[in-house]
Design a protein around this ligand. Structure first.
Ligand code: SME
Length: 138
């Protein structure tokens, strides 16, 4: 059986592979529902450290995905009212939920320093990644 530590290491490796192989993936991380609380907690990530290690449901792009259960593609973060800025270099963001037993238990969050870089191909690819992550977690 996996220890929690090895799960974290595997998730961190996924972040490293994504960040290093896709030029416009500049911050790659996981947020997970924090126990029974209506909030997300930062998990493994690669990129600039963020102050936003806890995000209440509904707040920012991540918090909205925790509630909507839908992908959220943001071509231009400056056009979003409900957005939590982590770095001034970020221009775009994509968040895709992770489902275990049909329950939204977390998400992958990717920031880009390129404007409007994310396509439906990214969505389909990241849905696949999240489905694989779900098999690690369940
Ligand atoms: N921008 C996110 C916060 C997380 S950082 O991108 C790492 C948001 O608005 O939810």
């Amino acid at each position: 059986a996996d220890t929690n530590n090895s799960v974290a290491e595997r998730l961190h490796s996924i972040c490293e592979v994504l960040e290093s192989h896709v030029s416009y993936y500049n911050w790659v991380g996981f947020y997970f529902k924090n126990g029974d609380k209506e909030e997300l907690k930062l998990g493994p990530y690669v990129g600039t450290p963020t102050d936003h290690t806890i995000i209440p449901f509904g707040k920012g792009i991540c918090g909205q995905v925790a509630v909507s259960n839908q992908n959220f593609v943001v071509p231009d973060v400056s056009a979003q009212d409900n957005y939590i800025a982590c770095s001034i270099t970020v221009k775009a963001e994509i968040v895709v939920p992770i489902f275990v037993n049909n329950k939204n238990i977390g998400q992958i969050d990717i920031d880009s320093n390129t404007a409007d870089p994310f396509t439906e191909e990214d969505e389909r690819f990241l849905e696949f990644v999240c489905a694989q992550v779900a098999t690690i977690l369940e």
